[in-house]
Design a protein around this ligand. Structure first.
Ligand SMILES: Nc1ncnc2c1ncn2[C@@H]1O[C@H](COP(=O)(O)OP(=O)(O)OP(=O)(O)O)[C@@H](O)[C@H]1O
Ligand SMILES: [Mg+2]
Length: 609
């Protein structure tokens, strides 16, 4: 299951970071270069005060100028070095950032492709989107720049401490004493700021959720006239976010000032104590000057390290969520034996794939989504290849559940589903899915052209084949009337087309795919009789010559089916063809009468309009 933003882990999750490190190590070459460049900057930083000490003591105090030209050259070299190394680490960190983010997204996307239908039933789309976008971005940003800062800071501190202690350890002690005080303060503030940021982030994700509700549901909102209450709710969350953000900013400001005061306190102490040593001629003016520079320089890396630690702690939640996404196991998987013979989703062994004839048997199938809420109990049904089966029954009777089980989006908890006489778990999921077509009630079109949308049925189909399929289901006519014909763009999710048109396109897609088993979840929305005729014709084309299961709502489909299965609470209450069921004068008879009158009345209304 997915984890909410509220679930904050304070413990370091080693397994998570192991995964992240393995991803960073994929950019090994850039990692090494980044370390070299960052380390070089630290060395140059460390060398600079040594240069000034030399200049002060040699040129200004002693007045010896022979080495002056060489010194100037050295300074120039330093400048060039800085330029080069800064370019180097920005360049490398940028590459690592891009590569880590690419790799996180690639692995997450690849895993998402493997996950079962049930995962997408349970996990909100927005949650997945946020992991793929903002978490991946935040993590790669913190990793790449955190590495630069960390290498630089750790080495800078080390160099400074070494030089100071080697030069004059009594003065070096001042710097060393301030460090633990700073770290304690830093620890306290970082924790506080982190907490405030988390609160802000929580409000932020609520806000994002409200955005998407607001936009995705815009049409519904408008039709319900609930803009006002939506706006109030939004403003409340936005306000909370604002307040939390301001709190975090205030703490940050306070923290920075306290640290700055401490740092300059250390500088002052160094200056006072150092001046005494200079007057006592224990150290030179140049050395004092060097000490002061180092003291000033020392606190930047200390702060950097404390910042990096809190950044990483902050990033841990992102890391866990995205690694979770990468490592979530699909609920429905093939056994190892099956994979050996049939291959995986990414590497098929198509040479071992049997053809699918289309016999389907439900054998003592028991199924539930949640424990103790049995939907199907010992369900049995036998369907011969080529038959069309209409599933009818009230809402919630288990029609969708049944076809989802057949599609292996879910598997029976007990019993089995046989295809061509063999439990479908003995063959691969991909084997089944590449021979099974599922036309959804509200089909999803991709935001591309009509042509490409139909081609999703079979990616290697030629334009002619696409058009042929379109003609078969009678889509051709309406497509010809579109502005750019088959090259017309259908809009996001196909929303530039009507529901009926979308349905027809998805029919063409299914005809092109030519599956052996077809599942059709019929649209419930009523359509005018002209479109009805077109859809009826398309449905006939779609069903011919294959085993089909139709969650049927329209009378004509039901009447034409070879077998009508009436469900009630997951059980078959009546089964047979139209005539036999009618003569029984039972539940089907009632359904037929109701439906018949409804459709006839509608037809009449249509002709009157
Ligand atoms: N993903 C799910 N998780 C939990 N329970 C579910 C899930 N999907 C369906 N159910 C439950 O299973 C039962 C059967 O639902 P199903 O969707 O199969 O009915 P249906 O016959 O297709 O109904 P409709 O005609 O409204 O589409 C219902 O009680 C429903 O609440
Ligand atoms: Mg349903």
């Amino acid at each position: 299951m997915y984890q909410d933003d509220q679930d904050i882990q304070y413990k370091v999750q080693l397994s998570t970071w192991k995964k992240i490190i393995s991803i960073i190590f994929k950019s090994k070459r850039h990692l090494i270069l980044l370390i070299i460049f960052s380390a070089s900057i630290a060395i140059l930083d460390g060398a600079f005060p040594l240069f000034t000490r030399y200049a002060v003591d040699k040129f200004f105090i002693a007045g010896e100028y022979e080495t002056w030209p060489l010194f100037a050259l050295g300074m120039f070299g330093l400048a060039v070095g800085f330029g080069l190394f800064v370019w180097g680490f920005i360049h490398q960190a940028g590459i690592i950032e891009a590569e880590v983010s690419y790799e996180l997204r690639r692995q997450a996307f690849k895993n998402l492709q493997k996950l079962s239908y049930s995962y997408f039933d349970k996990t909100p789309q927005g949650w997945i989107m946020a992991r793929m976008t903002s978490d991946a971005r935040r993590l790669s940003l913190i990793i790449s720049w955190g590495l630069v800062d960390f290498v630089w800071a750790a080495l800078s501190m080390l160099i400074i401490l070494i030089v100071l202690y080697v030069t004059f350890f009594k003065l070096a002690l001042i710097v060393t004493i301030i460090v633990p005080i700073m770290l304690i303060i830093a620890y306290f503030f970082r924790k506080l700021i982190l907490k405030q940021h988390r609160i802000a982030r929580k409000h932020n994700s609520q806000l994002t959720a409200q955005y998407s509700e607001g936009f995705l549901g815009a049409k519904t909102t408008k039709s319900l006239s609930i803009e006002d209450s939506n706006y109030d709710e939004f403003r409340l969350t936005a306000n909370k976010l604002k307040r939390a953000s301001i709190k975090a900013v205030i703490s940050s400001a306070l923290f920075s000032s306290i640290i700055l005061v401490l740092a300059y306190l250390a500088v002052t102490l160094t200056f006072v104590q150092g001046s005494i040593y200079v007057l006592e001629v224990i150290i030179t003016v140049g050395t004092l000057q060097m000490f002061i520079s180092y003291t000033v320089n020392f606190f930047e890396p200390v702060m950097a390290i404390s910042r990096i630690l809190s950044d990483f702690q902050n990033a841990q939640a992102s890391a866990e969520r995205i690694v979770g996404l990468i490592e979530t196991k699909p609920e429905i998987v093939d056994t190892e034996d099956v994979e050996k013979t049939y291959g995986t989703l990414f590497v098929d062994h198509k040479e071992n794939w049997e053809d699918l004839k289309g016999d389907v048997t439900f054998k003592d199938v028991t199924f539930y989504y949640k424990d103790n809420e049995i939907i199907l109990k010992n369900f049995n049904l036998e369907v011969k290849a080529g038959m069309s089966v209409a599933l009818v029954g009230h809402t919630g009777s288990g029609k969708t559940t049944l076809v989802n089980l057949l599609s292996r989006f879910y598997e029976p908890k007990e019993g089995s589903i046989l295809i061509d006489g063999k439990d479908y778990r003995e063959r691969s999921i991909h084997w089944l899915h590449s021979r099974l077509g599922y036309v959804l009630q509200s089909p999803h079109l991709f935001s591309t052209t009509v042509m490409e949308n139909i081609r999703y049925g079979r990616l290697d189909a030629t334009d002619e084949e696409v058009i042929y399929a379109a003609k078969m289901v009678g889509v051709d006519n309406f497509v010809q009337n579109l502005e750019k014909g088959y090259e017309t763009f259908v809009g996001e999710g196909g929303n530039l087309l009507s529901v009926g048109q979308k349905q027809l396109i998805s029919f063409a897609r299914a005809v092109l795919a030519n599956p052996r088993i077809l599942i059709l979840d019929e649209a419930t929305s009523s359509i005018d009789s002209e479109s009805e005729a077109i859809i009826q014709h398309a449905t006939d084309q779609l069903l011919s010559d294959r085993t089909s299961f139709i969650v049927a709502h329209r009378l004509s489909t039901i009447v034409n089916a070879d077998l009508i299965v009436m469900l009630e609470m997951g059980e078959i209450i009546e089964m047979g063809n139209h005539e036999t069921l009618l003569s029984k004068r039972g539940a089907y008879f009632e359904l037929y009468r109701n439906q018949f009158f409804k459709e006839k009345t509608k037809e009449l209304e249509d002709t009157l309009v």
